[in-house]
Design a protein around this ligand. Structure first.
Ligand code: DGY
Length: 327
């Protein structure tokens, strides 16, 4: 039974439908954006709450979890959950939920859009026009890379990696990939995807390299100067996963020195800050972490997060809650 005794903290406003659903399960506190962007800010308040619905920018570390004496569940408003100390949550029997599946298509669309925008220089061409430089059609203006027949290398062939690959196939691209575990033969056949065990061998084949892996100690700065130097000089890098999978200093260096031709980045290591050398790098399209930002998807993310909270608070066996990371 829903209980008004449960206190639920939402770290910033989320879609209304999710809030309306969650209200039935306890007393909500909806904080203003930015209130809980440090562990210190959470540690003081978390002891009052039974459930926390947080953003990917909310650092839910060991101290926060230990301070959450009543805490039963942390639901992340995101599929990635590198902001949460999962090991400690398990030890303390605090459930952690994420939001898989519902954002896959929005992110697949977005990755394809990012690639098109960078490969065809949308940003520079628009600036050229807005600055009054467009004096008529030019045979040599803004020449970019055509995608048909090019190879898209994907590191991280999970749901979002596959969604991007499907779209890229429709544009006539070849797919090469690396993943922790090789995907099934069916998926490989469907995408005509070639598996590479070694990142460097994969990078040598790529015209475009996309990072779609989760951020873990193993993937931290996975795209470093060594790997960047393996890419052909016309290559484009796409990242919609987490900023820290790229060594941003090395990427900025590669862009400034024409080691690669361009980058489309939706994520950054120290969000909301962007590495200053990326801000000035040529052919680098940078966006404020909006891959999943569609009305439909953000509402679905909200519903999935609040359903996990309402299920845990109302005593549903954890085996029946599909989006729990900790069982
Ligand atoms: C997530 O959900 O992890 C994504 O980064 C949102 O775009």
């Amino acid at each position: 039974m829903p209980s008004a005794d449960f206190n639920i903290l939402i770290t910033e406003p989320i879609p209304e439908k999710a809030i309306t659903h969650l209200k039935k399960f306890g007393k909500l506190t909806i904080a203003d954006k930015g209130t809980y962007n440090t562990p210190e800010s959470l540690i003081d308040d978390i002891p009052d709450y039974d459930a926390l619905l947080c953003m990917l920018s909310t650092p839910v570390n060991e101290e926060v979890l230990k301070a959450g004496k009543r805490l039963k569940i942390v639901a992340n408003f995101a599929v990635g959950y590198d902001n949460i100390d999962i090991k400690t949550a398990r030890t303390l029997d605090i459930h952690v939920a994420n939001t898989p599946d519902v954002l896959t298509e929005a992110c697949g669309d977005f990755a394809m859009g990012l690639l098109l925008a960078v490969s065809r220089k949308f940003k520079q061409a628009e600036a050229y026009l807005r600055n009054g430089n467009f004096k008529g059609w030019e045979p040599l203006g803004f020449l970019g890379m055509e995608l048909r027949g090019r190879t898209l290398g994907i590191i991280g062939m999970g749901r979002i990696g596959q969604a991007f690959a499907h779209r890229a196939r429709a544009f006539g691209m070849n797919i090469a990939y690396h993943n922790r575990n090789r995907v099934t033969e069916n998926i490989e056949n469907d995408l005509q995807a070639t598996y590479f065990d070694d990142h460097r061998v994969l990078a040598e084949q790529c015209d475009v390299l996309s990072l779609n892996c989760p951020l873990t100690p193993k993937t931290h700065h996975l795209l470093n100067s060594k790997l960047l130097n393996t890419l052909p000089s016309h290559a484009i890098v796409i990242n919609i996963s987490r900023g820290a999978v790229i060594d941003e200093e090395a990427l900025a260096e590669a862009l400034h020195n024409n080691i690669i031709a361009g980058a489309g980045l939706d994520v950054f290591e120290n969000e909301p800050e962007v590495h200053p050398r990326l801000l000035t790098a040529p052919n680098c399209l940078i966006l404020p972490h909006i891959a999943s930002a569609t009305h439909k998807t953000r509402e679905a993310i909200g519903m999935l997060a609040v359903e996990a909270i309402s299920s845990v608070l109302s005593g549903t066996p954890s085996s029946q809650i599909t989006n729990l990371i900790t069982q």
